[in-house]
Design a protein around this ligand. Structure first.
Ligand code: FES
Ligand SMILES: [Fe+2]
Length: 401
């Protein structure tokens, strides 16, 4: 489909889903990559993806790719995954370990800190200091790593101020990867974010999720429920006493992140099927009475951090109607599979919920792609956060000519 982005933008109606082209047209997708993904902070993974010196991981996003390394001093680094000789991609997608990174083309060799160590046959005049790998902006948010490919990264400190005090006792720096799930979803990335931004669909579609979760508490959902509000008040008091610093910050100041600690239903201390813990307590938590900490970062991630495990979800748009999703389950670093947890229990709720969501997103995409689609009205009661996402997204596109 070819579409002029200017003509279609004029059709956009506030409070409605976006015109069809935003979800299916290649011109719009390319614009999203350049104006939304190349310019904002992107969740790349947790620091436990590269736990030891010598660990390397690469992630491709649009036409860029970031090389994450943990150097000999234990510092996590991010560089463009591009050789400084003739520009060859250095490291294939995925993770591994290495003492140095060697370009497959002519074997220029880089340290894990990005410094050029060897460049055969380049003669005495080659200035190695000038030819280090180019850094990519990298920030660590309590063990969650974010990169920005553009030279001018948006402010990150507001996220640190809002999230770190709440994440601190879960200590995700001392966690390890227990399970990974990878999906390719036949839907535009915005359909996945819209789906994540409302719990209008939860009660009917997510039986496992609704065992432990209220379907309230999402930003922009103005439904009232006395039982839920009593649970919030009760839990907040106890969380403050435990030093968990609960404070909801949802896309404040037109921002790109949300953090909130939500109560779980009575009888549930984590998002499990039974209600009981399914892994040892994370970090330095004083008890299991910590609810479920939620973090959403636009445009590409959401994370649940419970008493005993965390699950990060990373979106990678790979086409106008194709999105890769990587879900990573984290447990404390010294937890032993089979003794302290099982992958089946760990993934039972959020794995099932995610798969239900991908099915809904693909159905949604199928309808949007059809000749029968027209933008539809968002609920002013339950879909306020979808509108907030649209507003943020459209601000990213501003300046389009
Ligand atoms: S392109 Fe990397 S060594 Fe030549
Ligand atoms: Fe869902």
């Amino acid at each position: 489909m070819t579409t002029d982005t200017r003509d279609v933008a004029a059709d956009r109606r506030t409070g409605y889903t976006l015109p069809q082209a935003y979800y299916v047209a290649d011109e719009f997708f390319q614009r999203d990559l350049e104006r939304v993904f190349a310019t904002n902070w992107l969740f790349v993974g947790s620091s436990s993806e590269v736990p030891r010196p010598g660990d390397v991981a690469a992630w491709s996003m649009g036409r860029d790719s970031v090389l994450l390394t943990r150097d000999d001093e234990g510092v996590v680094r991010a560089h463009h995954n591009v050789c400084r000789h003739r520009g060859c991609r250095l490291w294939p997608e995925g993770s591994g370990s290495a003492r140095v990174v060697v370009c497959p083309y002519h074997q220029w060799t880089y340290g894990l800190d990005g410094a050029l160590r060897a460049a055969p046959h380049m003669g005495p005049d080659a200035d190695r200091h000038e030819l280090s790998l180019r850094p990519v902006h990298l920030r660590n948010l309590g063990g969650l790593l974010f990169v920005c490919f553009s030279d001018a990264a948006p402010p990150f400190d507001p996220a640190v101020d809002a999230v770190e005090p709440q994440l601190r006792l879960h200590d995700l720096e001392q966690a390890r990867v227990a399970a990974r799930q990878h999906y390719t979803v036949a839907a535009n990335w915005k359909i996945l974010v819209e789906n994540n931004r409302e719990c209008y669909h939860c009660r009917v579609n997510h039986p496992e999720f609704c065992l432990s979760n209220y379907d309230f508490g999402i930003a922009g959902d103005s439904r009232t429920n006395r039982q839920y509000e009593a649970a919030v008040a009760d839990h907040h008091r106890r969380w403050v006493e435990q030093g968990l610093a609960p404070q909801e910050v949802s896309f404040a100041d037109d921002g790109w992140f949300r953090v909130a600690r939500l109560p779980l239903r009575d009888g549930f201390v984590t998002e499990s099927l039974s209600g009981s813990l399914i892994a040892p307590l994370l970090g330095r938590l004083p008890s299991s009475d910590v609810g479920s900490l939620r973090l959403v970062t636009l445009p590409n991630s959401w994370t649940h951090v419970d008493a005993d495990y965390a699950a990060t979800t990373r979106l990678t748009p790979v086409g106008p109607e194709r999105t890769d999703v990587d879900i990573t389950f984290l447990v404390r670093a010294d937890a032993v599979e089979g003794r302290d947890y099982t992958v089946a229990e760990l993934t039972a709720v959020l794995g099932a919920t995610s798969e239900q969501d991908w099915e809904l997103c693909e159905l949604n995409a199928a309808g949007i792609r059809s000749r029968g689609y027209l933008p539809g009205p968002l609920s002013p009661v339950t879909e306020g956060s979808v509108s907030t996402f649209h507003d943020w997204y459209l601000r990213c596109l501003e300046g389009d000519s």
